[in-house]
Ligand binder design. Structure first.
Ligand SMILES: C[S@@+](CC[C@H](N)C(=O)[O-])C[C@H]1O[C@@H](n2cnc3c(N)ncnc32)[C@H](O)[C@@H]1O
Length: 285
């Protein structure tokens, strides 16, 4: 039997075990402010958590996206971290087809951010170089949506001559994390953090329908947002729940320290080691 949202998600959020198609169907409409997710890539790691073939990917994703659109508030955003795989020596077009299909479903393809992996996997291939970037597709329901641009103003631009602060570009330079998250496809926490700070306010609700090890959920809780995750594979459900418990405990400890010291210790800064940096070349003129 599939878990339902109402019976498994406490008021401030949590992790529901099950297929996000079923779980999201049981969620009330317009419940969340932001969805940040990295869906299973076509055919990848089939042995770990089930693969969808590249040719079937759009048909598989669309009913889930329909539910994401239903549970998202009108001014909310959907960020999909994805990268098309190579099939028979060429890049498959399923991500491009997915973008077109999502637009037909009613989504606006508002922007595409690029995650530049500063420490991408070493290697050599006969017909291409090391793959150092992934897409972060930004979809919205409406042209006017919540975007706190000033939250991204002036981050990590210390090496820009003659300029102290500027707005960043749509390229995020982040290292992958190979820590002990217990998930083979975890993204760095700085990635969801970037979008959570940009597209939500404290107290808003963030959803990750493919929660994996719970990276998005931990980032949301650390930033004072509510977090809801859905995960199909039981071992990752446990991982994600552990991540939520740790993040919640850390946030509570900070809140207690804040009230004792009278200082706002909850709104923590990014870890400089993993923070999104902005290249010198991207300074607006
Ligand atoms: C690319 S991983 C997400 C990794 C995550 N961003 C992290 O940092 O750990 C995709 C996850 O989606 C889960 N998954 C696959 N199909 C699913 C479905 N129908 N509903 C919910 N979760 C699903 C997989 O088990 C996997 O953990």
């Amino acid at each position: 039997m599939t878990a339902s949202f109402a019976s498994h998600v406490p008021a401030r959020g949590g992790v529901v075990a099950g297929d996000c198609l079923d779980v999201l169907r049981s969620m009330p409409a317009e419940r969340v402010d932001l969805i940040v997710t990295s869906p299973p890539y076509a055919d990848q790691r089939a042995s770990t958590y089930g693969g969808v073939t590249a040719d079937d990917y759009v048909a598989w994703f669309l009913p889930r996206a329909e539910q994401m659109r239903r549970v998202l508030k009108p001014g909310g955003s959907l960020v999909v971290n994805i990268k098309e795989k190579v099939v028979d020596g060429e890049r498959h077009t399923y991500v491009l087809e997915l973008i077109i299909a999502l637009r037909r479903q009613g989504w606006l393809w508002t922007e595409e951010y690029v995650w530049h992996k500063r420490n991408c996997f070493p290697g050599k291939w006969p017909n291409r170089f090391r793959d150092a970037w992934e897409r972060c597709l930004h979809f919205t329901r409406e042209k006017r949506f919540k975007m706190n641009q000033d939250n991204a103003f002036g981050k990590n631009i210390a090496n820009w001559q003659g300029r102290d602060r500027a707005y960043p570009t749509n390229v995020l330079h982040l290292a992958t994390e190979c820590g002990n998250k217990g998930h083979s496809a975890a993204f760095p926490q700085a990635l969801p953090r970037w979008f959570i700070e940009l597209f939500t306010d404290p107290g808003d609700t963030v959803l990750d329908p493919f929660a994996g090890s719970g990276t998005t959920l931990a980032a949301a809780l650390a930033l004072g947002r509510h977090a809801i995750g859905v995960e199909l594979a039981p071992p990752y459900v446990t991982r994600a729940r552990d991540a939520v418990a740790s993040a919640r405990a850390a946030a509570q400890a900070l809140a207690i320290a804040s009230s004792r010291t009278g200082q706002d210790l909850v709104s923590i800064d990014r870890d400089p080691a993993t923070a999104a940096t902005v290249s010198k070349d991207s300074v607006p003129s």
